[in-house]
Write a new protein. Sequence first.
Length: 132
Amino acid sequence: MSIYQEFKTFVAKGNVLDLAIAVVVGGAFSGIVKAFVDGIVMPLVTYVLPANIKWEEWTLGKLRLGAVLGATFNFLVISLVVFIVLVKLVGSMMKRMDEPPAAAVTKTCPECLETVPAAATRCKFCTSKWQA
């Protein structure tokens, strides 16, 4: 098999195409999340943190510790927002949309394994009696 055919088979697999779509949609969604965090969440955080501390500019020699702390803090805030919005909020909405499973209308006779109505206490096929 030639390299071209192997590559064509690899790219045509469903999981590769799904991954490509997920990356594109994720990139578009990251813009929304970043705008939400920068425009709403971070201004709320500034009310908690003192205004005169520039912790993102902290250095230790040539190491820019503040930049690492800032990126870590941004990651944690964005992760928290995504968790709350997607996992909790959308998950609870999806649970509300799901219907509860319908009660079984039939059951199986333990003696002859025929299907009988769920309310029956005696099998109509083998006439065995059981507790409902």
